[in-house]
Design a protein around this ligand. Structure first.
Ligand SMILES: [Zn+2]
Length: 140
């Protein structure tokens, strides 16, 4: 999975996820990447924020501190607390359980847990909806 910051000819800026850099290039070449705000078809990648390369060569988007960063962290912390208090922890069985819920093999319920990168890619390909759970360094 790769996250790009995109902007359209009218100046709207938003983030979008793609399976890979190649998937983005292919969709962009086919003209099917459109602005999430106005639907404009003239979308291009925004200049990248400073990124740190991980060992596998994947880059993660970062930004320097913003005055609202602390507020945002609080929101994430609250969100995480809400999810973890209301959902079932399924550990490394997240992909398996999310799939069962998606295909209605079990009753729908909130779950959270961990998945490998491969499992995450597979879930996305299967059209299963999920969100990353923020992991805050100073959580404890
Ligand atoms: Zn737009």
């Amino acid at each position: 999975m790769i996250q790009y910051s995109l902007h359209c000819a009218k100046g709207h800026q938003y983030d979008a996820w793609f399976k890979s850099a190649a998937a983005y290039d292919e969709q962009a070449a086919r003209g099917i990447v459109t602005c999430a705000v106005c639907g404009d078809g003239e979308v291009s990648k925004a200049p990248m924020a400073p990124a740190v390369a991980r060992t596998d060569g994947e880059r993660i988007a970062l930004s320097s501190a913003h005055p609202d960063a602390q507020k945002f962290r609080e929101m994430l912390r609250e969100y995480r607390a809400k999810v973890t208090s209301q959902a079932d922890y399924v550990g490394d069985k997240f992909a398996e359980e999310a799939r069962k819920i998606h295909f209605e093999e079990v009753e729908a319920r909130g779950i959270y847990g961990e998945a490998t990168r491969d499992e995450v890619v597979a879930l996305v390909e299967e059209g299963i909806d999920f969100l990353p759970l923020p992991d805050l360094a100073d959580d404890n």
